[in-house]
Design a protein around this ligand. Structure first.
Ligand SMILES: Cc1cc2nc3c(=O)[nH]c(=O)nc-3n(C[C@H](O)[C@H](O)[C@H](O)COP(=O)(O)O)c2cc1C
Length: 221
């Protein structure tokens, strides 16, 4: 698979079959992803990979909190600014509309939207997941290094015939994740990522993208 194909075939997959992901594949992907760039080569990512019983335990504990309507853990970082300005606000609404209409859920059906969102904490059925942490002493440039690293992981997963879904949703249950992983106190959970083979029976609408001239300015003569 060439890089263009990896980039364009990567998408946030929210339905996985329970075919296991071999450990050696995960090791190959994560070894190659370590070549992702980072400012001054800090390599600020701390990754935990879960499969099997520990992942089952995490899904169970998180599912218990969803059922109990447990409040979310207090935030260690804000996922989005409290008010999103244009054009981000419109892009976010368009994404929500696409995501829920693919599942046949009406915008006003809050319960159904919550049910769909709660699949996050079952990792959408994925048999493998990773959790990416960063040291709380590091700043915005290092958080962006994490993004480059995670995208590299997702592209390499495509090369292995696998799909993924990055998930900030896990940060709202970060204490439950910590209960299973016992990370050092100086780490903040950025996101989880579900990993596995796609369940093509789960409906999906391809997200759109802004036109090139909305996000890119060529300066030439
Ligand atoms: C850092 C990050 C966190 C995300 N968190 C979630 C999440 O918690 N749950 C989810 O279903 N999708 C999540 N997504 C997926 C985005 O919604 C998705 O990437 C975006 O809508 C574009 O769609 P595509 O990835 O299918 O091209 C996340 C993506 C990123 C990059």
């Amino acid at each position: 698979m060439d890089v263009y194909e990896a980039v364009t075939s990567r998408r946030a997959v929210r339905g996985f079959i329970d075919r296991p992901v071999p450990r050696e594949v995960l090791e190959r992907v994560l070894s190659a992803a370590a070549w992702a760039p980072s400012g001054s080569n800090l390599q600020p990512w701390h990754v935990y990979v879960l499969t099997g019983r520990p992942l089952g335990e995490l899904k169970e504990l998180a599912g218990g909190r969803v059922t109990a309507r447990d409040p979310w853990d207090e935030r260690e970082y804000e996922m989005y600014p409290p008010t999103l300005k244009s054009p981000y606000r419109e892009r976010r609404s368009a994404f929500g509309a696409e995501r829920y209409s693919a599942l046949g859920i009406a915008h006003e059906d809050w319960e159904a939207r919550q049910r769909a969102a709660s699949a996050n904490w079952k990792c959408f059925g994925a048999p493998a997941a990773l959790f990416c942490y960063i040291d709380r002493g590091l700043g915005r440039p290092q958080w962006s290094d994490l993004g480059m690293y995670l995208q590299t992981v997702m592209l390499l997963l495509r090369a292995e015939g696998l799909h993924s879904c990055p998930q900030m949703a896990w940060s709202v249950y970060r204490k439950t994740v910590a209960e299973v992983l016992s990370p050092p106190d100086d780490l903040i959970l950025f996101c989880g990522m579900s990993i596995g083979f796609e369940d093509i029976a789960v409906p999906y609408t391809r997200t759109g993208r802004a036109l090139l001239d909305e996000t890119v300015t060529f300066v030439d003569d």
